[in-house]
Design a protein around this ligand. Structure first.
Ligand SMILES: NC(=O)c1ccc[n+]([C@@H]2O[C@H](COP(=O)([O-])OP(=O)(O)OC[C@H]3O[C@@H](n4cnc5c(N)ncnc54)[C@H](O)[C@@H]3O)[C@@H](O)[C@H]2O)c1
Length: 430
């Protein structure tokens, strides 16, 4: 909903003093003003997040879109135009014009410079640290898809960006969803209030069949193929323990109230061995140890024909819980689902926009960076075959990104080999 105030109008004098205290670096104060949103990475999730943002809040407008690939950009714009046409209430919220559509490796910079207040970051995660840094440097609020990095160097960059965002009082919400999902919020509040006693450990799972893949095409250079088929290259996705299972590892960190300090585990590539599956693994099982002694077993698998299980389970000194729908033990509880349920994909945007309007921006960047690093630590424990400690991985000289990213030749890195792969390694090493 566009309200009858000019886009650049700041709140009036009576609230200006309070705003100046809340926003010491002169960040936009929105009040009832329109929040202009740009989408960076217009694939499946970027398109979905743009739609969710429009559904989740009044006074937002998607005004700019950017994607490396012109064809993906065009598909996304068309899909959003169709979604808007089917829900007339959304029409004023989608005002993208040709001159605010950008493609190429610098599309993110052009979106950021196009007069937006907030950006949705939904490229493959390998690009996220650079895109987060640029958005925050330019004073933009952010909705960032998870995970937020794929290697140690990326995490260090994101943690620096978090500090800058904090100083600038910018809002950053992460697409980890469960932290904006009613049943998780209620169950975990109860757990934190002692419903299962002290949490001593648990299990977290993301076991499923396969995901999409793309075969190389003659018109794509090897680098373009890797980026289009990004799930299967660690520099782009982080491997599936980071790309997908981060959701459940994030829940473990939330329940325990800390990140793990050590990991040891196994993993391999048993089913997805064809070249189109790049060099990542198809299964991992990791033992995460927390500073208070709690232990969490994490298991993830992407193998066709195997049993699905996605969820969490925690054990405490006085009970157990799935952290979302039930608690057993001294204080038994079952989630009473409301008749109408708000999708957490929508709620995360509602919460971000509400926090900006209230002058108290949510900033989840450190929390999602820690969950991403937890998953990277698990991956590294399996890849190297060693026990890996938090500080070791955080400070590791590890950078898995190619030195120059451009369309052209690009080798597929070797499959990591436990016992030989080193934590400290750069692009192209085993
Ligand atoms: N929260 C969730 O439930 C959820 C679900 C799916 C995906 N995701 C996350 O969303 C992100 C995107 O996943 P997806 O499924 O939409 O993938 P996708 O392949 O459908 O979309 C990625 C898009 O980014 C574009 N892109 C690639 N490199 C780029 C660059 N350097 N600059 C600009 N655009 C670039 C691609 O062309 C593509 O359009 C990933 O981080 C993924 O983990 C989250």
């Amino acid at each position: 909903m566009t309200l009858p105030v000019s886009r650049r109008t700041f709140v009036q004098a009576s609230t200006a003093a309070a705003a100046a205290m809340a926003f010491p670096f002169g960040t936009r104060v929105f009040g009832s003003d329109v929040i202009r949103v740009g989408v960076i990475g217009c694939g499946g999730r970027g398109t979905g997040a743009a739609r969710d943002c429009m559904r989740g809040a009044d006074g937002v407008e998607i005004v700019a879109m950017g994607d490396l690939m012109p064809d993906r950009l065009a598909q996304s714009r068309e899909a959003l135009a169709k979604a808007v046409a089917e829900s007339p209430g959304l029409a004023p919220k989608f005002t993208v014009t040709d001159d605010r559509c950008f493609s190429g490796f610098d599309a993110f910079e052009k979106v950021i410079a196009s007069g937006v207040d907030l950006v949705i970051l939904a490229t493959p995660p390998g690009f996220r640290p650079a895109h987060l840094a640029a958005a925050v440097a330019a004073g933009k609020h952010v909705f960032t898809e998870k995970p937020v990095a794929t290697d140690a160097a990326g995490i260090r960059s994101v943690l620096e960006t978090y500090e800058i965002a904090k100083q600038k009082n910018l809002g950053i919400v992460a697409g980890t969803q469960r932290r904006h999902q009613a049943e998780y919020l209620e169950a975990i509040e109860r757990i934190h209030d002692g419903a299962i006693g002290d949490v001593t450990g648990g299990q977290v799972f993301w076991n499923q069949g396969g995901l999409w893949s793309r075969e190389p095409r003659p018109e794509w250079t090897p680098a373009e193929w890797q980026i289009r088929n990004w799930l299967y290259f660690t520099w782009l996705s982080g491997d599936h323990i980071v790309e997908q299972h981060v959701h459940n590892i994030d829940v473990a960190n939330w329940v325990i109230g800390a990140h793990p300090v050590k990991a040891m585990g196994v993993g391999g590539r048993q089913f997805r061995t064809e070249p189109k599956y790049g060099h990542i693994y198809d299964h991992f099982a990791i033992d995460f140890e927390y500073a208070n002694g709690a232990r969490v077993l994490s298991m993830c698998r992407q193998i066709e024909g195997t049993r699905d299980r996605v969820g969490e389970h925690f054990i405490g000194t006085a009970g157990s819980s799935d952290a979302s729908t039930w608690i057993q033990g001294a204080t038994a509880w079952k989630y009473g689902a409301p008749e109408t349920r708000v999708s957490p994909y929508v709620q995360e945007h509602t919460d971000l926009i509400a926090s900006l309007r209230a002058g108290a921006p949510l900033n989840e960047l450190k929390q999602v960076a820690e969950s991403t690093l937890s998953a990277i630590m698990g991956r590294e424990a399996a890849y190297t075959g060693q026990e890996v400690a938090w500080d070791e991985v955080l400070n590791a000289k590890q950078s898995l990104t190619p030195p120059a990213i451009a369309f052209g030749p690009l080798d597929v890195p070797p499959v990591p080999m436990p016992g030989r792969t080193k934590l400290e390694r750069v692009w192209g090493a085993e």
